[in-house]
Design a protein around this ligand. Structure first.
Ligand SMILES: [Zn+2]
Ligand SMILES: [Zn+2]
Length: 641
């Protein structure tokens, strides 16, 4: 008998050679129907693979990321089986699972594939899935593996086998298709109920441009047909909300090749939006005891030698800027922290002065390869809503609680209701790779955990995920489409205070090192705005809208009245514009809808005579007539809510 420990801590006895599937069956038949694979002592295994020793076992279903990835990788085999049936002689490269779905790199020889062929392949996959063929694992010797693929004439598999040590090679067979693979896989093909091929791309064998280009086929599969429908709907919706598309349509930001790739240009409306966000956060920060500072966009090489960034990132960053006469070297600022350390050092600090909270909307520059750039989410220049808190070790918990409050205030105001936090701690097995004393780490780690618990945050704790210089708390939000984004972060740092020799005088009259906390609730303005655009599909909350109203005069005759209304609203800090174009009112309304302007104020003869406006709300329609005063009060109420 062997002992199997399950995730809830319970221990069950089974015969040696039991499989995860049999364990599932012994618990419940319903569970067994959903088991895709199992984690055995931390390694993902086939659910049908015999377990020979005492083990901890976690059954993996569709709801586990590792279960899903096993499912999608197995679907890549199913795709290959379908391709081999439809296009005999096809040669296969590799077929891994990816974040959503899977791909297979294949060589069709003279045949070329187009998306017109997808339907036929998908149908074949489902036909083969219905056969419920088991994925059968078989260890083979290197010689046998070479013989099999030599006979089949698949040079790609032979190339892979070449690098594998004898005794480590396994084949997997489902139906008539055999693949070289270390596994694991799902029990049988019957788990696949819906299949969709998404796109084609070229991919060099082993990423090497000097070798043959294969066809990469991307696909996705689901255990229920309805899940595929839902997924496709989500993709359509995500396309509509793509911040690059909406950023252009709403005239928020642009890129120019002349200015340089990955360097966003903020247009007037985008700037208005961004300034509102900044003012909103700045106001909350002032209340929370932050002081605003400003620092230059470049820093002397010595600053980064002191901070350690030069040694660590020097070669990967932008090249230095040299002065013509003095031979000085400067770098574009990759982060604001070193500058802020120097601000901290401008005067002696006492324990009574702490915490010192220095905040800056600091623009930083980081080199990213051109191929990695993506809209506002991967850029080369961006502005962090940065702040550095210099505090005593005993203040870390209180400061964390305050920062959590600030982050949650931001999320609440912007409609992110779904969020979790990750606490990253050091690896307790490997303490030497971290800087800082044991005592300080223990205090900081327990402070973060307690602060998060007291604020009622849902957290996951990850051991070994801390930076070498301190533990951290990261926030993940789920947007309206259920996609996860990492946004705000709070991070403890024992390294920079050491390197910059930061000090304060304690109550004992001795010198002490402060603890530094880096924090950015938005992360960066660019990334945050990108996520926000996609989350609200460009329909920003009224207080944030760059244009809150548009006045639509029915004809030229009412322009003076429109101007008077506009001035009156602007006096109350409500911003908007007037559509002076010589267009029909229906057209003006439609255009305003496309621009997602929250309120449309229509003025014609009746409105001008009675001192009223006829109000339409974006996405809602006609709200009827009201006086300008009534409208103003309604807007003010909505903005303050
Ligand atoms: Zn495989
Ligand atoms: Zn920092």
């Amino acid at each position: 008998m062997i002992s199997i420990t399950l995730p809830d801590g319970s221990v069950r006895q089974y015969d040696k050679g039991i499989t995860a599937m049999q364990i599932a069956l012994s618990i419940s038949e319903g569970l067994a129907r959903n088991v895709l694979a199992a984690e055995v002592n931390g390694e993902v295994w086939d659910a049908s693979r015999p377990i020979d020793e005492d083990s901890s076992v976690k059954l993996l279903t569709w709801n586990d990321p590792k279960g899903k990835s096993t499912y999608w990788h197995s679907s890549a085999h199913l795709l290959a089986e379908a391709l081999e049936a439809l296009y005999p002689g096809t040669k296969f490269g590799i077929g891994p699972a990816i974040e959503t779905g899977f791909y297979y790199d294949v060589d069709f020889g003279d045949e070329t594939l187009s998306s017109d062929d997808f339907k036929k392949i998908e149908d074949k996959m489902i036909e083969l899935a219905k056969a419920k063929n088991e994925y059968i694992r078989k260890p083979v010797s290197k010689a046998d593996a070479i013989e099999y693929f030599t006979e089949k004439g698949d040079e790609y598999k032979l190339d892979l086998i070449k690098d594998l040590p004898d005794g480590s090679i396994t084949f997997y067979t489902q139906g008539n298709f055999t693949d070289l693979c270390r596994g694991p896989h799902i029990p049988n093909t019957g788990f696949v109920k819906a299949a969709k091929l998404m796109s084609l791309a070229g991919a060099y064998w082993r990423g090497d441009e000097s070798r043959k280009q294969l066809t990469r086929i991307y696909g996705v599969t689901f255990p229920k047909a309805s899940e595929l429908t839902e997924y496709l709907h989500l993709i359509e919706e995500a396309k509509k909300r793509d911040h690059r598309k909406l950023g252009k349509e709403l005239e928020l930001f642009a890129f120019s090749e002349k200015v340089g790739m990955g360097l966003p240009l903020w247009l007037p409306k985008g700037t208005a939006l961004r300034e509102r966000l900044q003012n909103f956060l700045q106001k909350a920060q002032v209340k929370a005891g932050y002081e605003q500072v400003m620092t230059p966009h470049i820093g002397h090489k010595n600053l980064y030698v002191t901070s350690g960034h030069y040694e660590k990132y020097g070669a990967d960053s932008f090249q230095p800027i040299r002065t013509p006469q003095e031979g000085e070297e400067f770098f574009l600022k990759p982060m604001n922290c070193p500058h802020h350390c120097e601000i901290y050092k401008t005067k002696p600090r006492s324990y009574k002065d702490l915490p010192v909270r220095l905040a800056e909307f600091g623009t930083v520059y980081r080199y990213e390869q051109s191929g990695e750039l993506h809209g506002l989410t991967r850029v080369r220049g961006f502005t962090q809503d940065d702040a550095h808190l210099f505090c005593r070790p005993d203040q870390v918990k209180e400061e964390f609680k305050k920062v959590i409050d600030l982050v949650l205030y931001v999320f609440g105001a912007l409609g992110f209701e779904n969020y979790t936090a990750q606490v990253s701690l050091r690896d307790p097995e490997n303490k030497t790779k971290y800087i800082g004393t044991d005592e300080n780490w223990a205090l900081a780690e327990s402070s973060i955990i307690e602060a998060a618990a007291e604020k009622g945050l849902t957290t996951v704790v990850e051991l070994g995920e801390a930076a070498f210089y301190g533990p951290k708390l990261d926030f993940m939000v789920k947007d309206a489409l259920g996609r996860k984004w990492q946004l705000g972060t709070i991070q403890v740092d024992y390294n920079l205070p050491e390197r910059f020799e930061l000090e304060y005088t304690g109550s004992d009259n001795q010198k002490h090192r402060p603890v530094m906390i880096h924090r950015a609730p938005f992360g960066s303005m660019e990334r945050f705005i990108a996520v926000l655009i996609e989350h609200c599909a460009g329909n920003f909350p009224l207080w944030l809208s760059p244009e809150q109203f548009i006045i639509l005069p029915i004809s030229e005759k009412y322009e003076d009245y429109a101007k008077k209304l506009s001035d009156e609203l602007k006096d109350s800090d409500i911003c908007g514009l007037i559509d002076f174009r010589d267009e029909k009112i229906g057209r003006k309304i439609r255009d305003a809808e496309v621009k997602k302007i929250p309120y449309m104020l229509i003025v014609g003869e009746k409105e001008a005579a009675e001192g009223q406006v006829s109000v339409r709300k974006h996405g809602q329609g006609d709200l009827g007539s009201m006086s300008i005063e009534e409208f103003k009060q309604q807007i003010i109420k909505e903005i303050t809510v």
